[in-house]
Design a protein around this ligand. Structure first.
Ligand code: G4P
Length: 527
């Protein structure tokens, strides 16, 4: 099979959701489709401790985070599926955001009893900023939840994206009858067991027990309303990230998952072209290229080795091949490579655009690095910086260690493990992160790699806004709304809360405050 054919089969996506919406349950069902696992309950390494036996760094052991489940790949119906994990709960970190730079589409799972929740919103913003196509699955229809129309309304208004219900639910909770599969003109009946019953619209006449049910009739009326008033399905809009196809079901039952997955896999995009310093790189190009979106440090404490996660963007990867690291121009042989599946780390011999491989990192890679073959000389667009939300002041416990302290800080910042800020006047260091886990990793690595114990003093959640240097008037800020400098000495205000931010904006209308989520808008038009 040609490189182009291989590439076109790839479907590389991530699932985004708020903790407990059903991401693990859904992932598990997908892995069952791929015959990657035989029974449910295998993915839940967290609870069973299945993965905690191997050689991950200590902190990972404690938390039971497993790198093997960071990427899962399997074949399904002629497609090669790559699912990237977006760690949530306490594992939420900048890596979670960065993972979204390595996917071609996203599945957003919403708990139908709750609607849009905080973490979904954050991750959604990243997708929107990157123009990533989003497919929505509204979960837990086996429970009494919110009205479907109400949920669609919330998605449209909160997320500013058009919705198109691909399926429409008839009832919910105890009265859940199934879904109208609007796209395939059939009713998918909920039988209460794993077998879904598909009834083509043309045969519904023979199912009076269904069509005479008041819940069914109400749902049908509602759907007809949506048909008349709503937007039509528009694949181009979907691929631009302006419309999201919505499916209803239950990951646990499971119900509606297969209907969803089959449609998703068909419409989800293949690997897209990417922007580089030398113009657009086509995924069909014969020359290999890829970029590093995540580095997992200290997987084995004895060897201190690290694994760099590479998203392949073009050409073919072969184990043992030589690549050039764009940033330094050095040649590196990729002899140790791994691909990740749910249950084991296997050696990967080849890979194509869309695939994710783990390569051994002898401490030379950085997040955002490009690797290439042949005479190519370019770098992929820098990975965006994401706005941190948590801030802590950091000092070395032992002042005698200030040299190592600074060195460690510098290297970990460069690696993208944390973001560093400085007080506007003093030499006070402040560390910004998007999740608590980043601090724990930071503390651990400072101690183990740089031999420095650090003290972290929480400053709580803050809303960072960048402000042009020439507009800075120090009298406008205080400890609550603190003025700091980022790594490049750009002034940033750390607002205490949403209220202070709004109050400030109202009072100083002429001051331009910049939100990183907005400046990082990714232009997908490539024009
Ligand atoms: P997460 O990865 O997004 O955090 O969610 P996860 O799949 O772990 O699901 C969170 C809880 O919601 C689990 O229950 C799970 O069984 C339940 N759940 C997931 N999908 C559905 C669904 O479609 N319907 C219903 N009713 N529940 C669903 P738990 O009690 O917290 O965990 P467990 O002990 O059952 O594993």
């Amino acid at each position: 099979m040609s490189i182009q054919d291989e590439m076109k089969k790839r479907r590389t996506f991530a699932i985004i959701s708020h903790p407990d919406a059903g991401k693990t349950t859904m992932t598990e069902k997908m892995l069952l489709f791929g015959n990657l696992i035989r029974s449910a309950g295998t993915v839940k390494g967290k609870k069973s401790g299945k993965f905690a036996t191997s050689d991950w760094m200590e902190i990972e052991k404690q938390r039971g985070i497993s790198v093997t489940s960071s990427v899962m790949n399997f074949s399904y119906e002629g497609y090669q599926v790559n699912i990237l994990d977006t760690p949530g709960h306490e594992d939420f970190s900048e890596d979670t955001y960065r993972t979204l730079t390595a996917v071609d589409s996203v599945v957003m799972i919403i708990d139908g009893t709750k609607g849009i929740e905080a973490q979904t919103l954050k991750l959604f913003k990243v997708c929107k900023m990157r123009g990533i196509p989003i497919f929505t699955f509204i979960n837990k229809m086996d429970r009494e939840g919110r009205e479907p129309l109400d949920l669609l309304e919330e998605i449209e208004s909160t997320l500013d994206i058009e919705t198109y219900p691909m399926t429409w639910p008839a009832g919910m909770g105890k009265r859940f009858l199934g879904v109208f599969d609007r796209h395939n003109d059939q009713f998918v009946k909920f039988t209460g067991n794993e077998r879904e019953e598909y009834i083509p619209y043309s045969e519904l006449g023979q199912h009076q027990e269904l069509t005479e049910d008041i819940t069914y009739q109400e749902a049908k009326d509602e759907m007809e309303l949506v048909d008349e008033a709503g937007d039509g399905f528009d694949l181009e809009k979907v691929l631009r990230g302006d419309q999201t196809p919505v499916f209803f079901g239950s990951a646990l039952a499971p119900f509606g998952v297969e209907t969803f997955f089959n449609t998703f896999i068909k419409y989800a995009p293949e690997p897209a072209p990417r922007r580089s310093t030398e113009g657009i790189v086509s995924p069909e190009s014969e020359e290999f290229s890829g970029f590093i979106f995540k580095i997992q440090a200290n997987m084995n404490p004895q060897h201190r080795d690290r694994i760099a996660f590479v998203r392949i963007c073009s050409g073919k990867f072969e184990r043992g091949m030589n690549v050039t690291l764009s940033r330094t121009g050095k040649t590196i042989k990729l002899s140790q490579s791994q691909q990740f599946v749910a249950s084991s780390r296997g050696t990967v011999e080849e890979g194509y655009a869309g695939d994710i491989i783990g390569i051994y990192d002898p401490n030379v890679y950085r997040i955002g690095d490009t690797i290439l073959t042949g005479n190519q000389k370019y770098q992929y667009d820098e990975l965006p910086q994401f706005p941190p939300e948590l801030f802590k002041k950091v000092t070395a416990k032992n002042v005698m260690k200030s040299k190592q302290f600074k060195k460690g800080l510098e290297q970990l910042v460069q690696e993208g493990a944390i973001q560093l800020f400085k007080h506007y006047h003093f030499e006070d260091y402040i560390i910004g992160a998007v999740g608590e886990l980043q601090y724990q990793v930071f503390e651990y690595r400072m101690k183990n790699e740089y031999n420095v114990e650090v003290e972290l003093m929480p400053m709580g959640e803050r809303i960072p806004r960048w402000i042009p240097s020439d507009q800075v008037d120090e009298s406008m800020f205080d400890e609550r709304n603190m003025l700091v400098l980022d790594r490049e000495e750009n002034p940033v205000v750390l607002f205490k809360n949403d209220f202070s931010l709004r109050w400030f904006k109202d009072k100083h209308k002429d001051i331009e405050l910049v939100d990183l989520f907005e400046v990082n808008q990714y232009d997908q038009s490539f024009e």
